[in-house]
Design a protein around this ligand. Structure first.
Ligand code: ADP
Ligand code: MG
Length: 227
């Protein structure tokens, strides 16, 4: 579904140039659960932001369903972000004034789904992630694990073509990490969801089907995990 071809990305500051992605070529197929594993600073977040349309790359090409994005306009990228993808963040990025149900329903509003259907679908997702009894709670009234369940529900609610997760357990303790990864794995298989997750933690990467190693902005290996 996604094809990265020789993607390069540098950050240029006054004092230095940092190569974040160094000629990355990689593809993600439908229904794959892929973990990108690498140490801090290896280019993981840059890669997710580039393939999620949140940031631009300098050279190379990203193909979406075989179509080059070289000539994509801002509108094309907006449509891709709103209609095709979901994002799970390390620090949850929930709207602080909105309750759990409203947070999960928000991406459906951007898609133009009516209020009644939005709330019904958001509630179903909250049930799937096991926190429907807290639907009225605001983020600050929930634990980190509960907030990330809301974040996961929000990413999955639109049935996107692909979900991206950037260190989804990075702010969680080890017990909650285990619970959240079990949940992500269950959702991936029940919904046949394509998911690309980046992590520095090999214990977290193990939950995926495929582990891609990245170091200094370069892909060093791709392995199929045995379960
Ligand atoms: P990771 O997510 O694997 O920790 P990042 O993609 O965040 O890595 O960063 C890759 C490299 O690019 C690092 O060396 C980082 O310091 C650098 N970098 C990331 N964002 C910026 C930025 N906005 N300006 C300058 N350098 C950056
Ligand atoms: Mg990162």
């Amino acid at each position: 579904m996604l094809d990265l071809r020789d993607i390069c990305k540098r950050y240029v500051t006054q004092s230095f140039t940092q190569v974040a992605l160094d000629s990355v070529s990689l593809s993600f197929r439908d229904n794959e659960f892929v973990a990108i594993l690498g140490p801090s600073g290896s280019g993981k977040t840059t890669m997710l932001n580039v393939i999620g349309g949140l940031d631009h790359f300098d050279s190379g090409d990203l193909l979406i369903d075989g179509i080059s994005t070289k000539d994509f306009s801002d509108r094309d990228w907006d449509a891709y972000r709103n209609n095709r993808i979901g994002f799970v963040f390390q620090s949850f990025h929930l709207m602080p004034r909105e309750n759990a149900l409203e947070n999960v329903a928000l991406p459906l509003m951007f898609k133009g789904v009516g209020k009644e259907e939005r709330e019904q679908r958001a509630m179903e997702m909250l049930k799937l992630v096991g926190i429907d009894n807290r639907y009225k709670h605001k983020p600050k009234e929930m634990s980190g694990g509960q907030q990330q369940r809301v974040g996961i529900a929000r990413a999955f609610v639109t049935d996107p073509s692909v979900v991206f997760a950037d260190e989804p357990t990075g702010n969680l303790d080890s017990k909650t990490t285990f619970e959240v990864m079990e949940l992500i794995q269950k959702l991936v298989y029940t919904k046949n969801q394509t998911l690309v997750m980046v992590t520095h933690d090999s214990n977290v990467a193990k939950y995926s089907d495929i582990t891609v190693n990245i170091c200094d902005g370069k892909i060093t290996s791709k392995d199929y995990n045995t379960k």
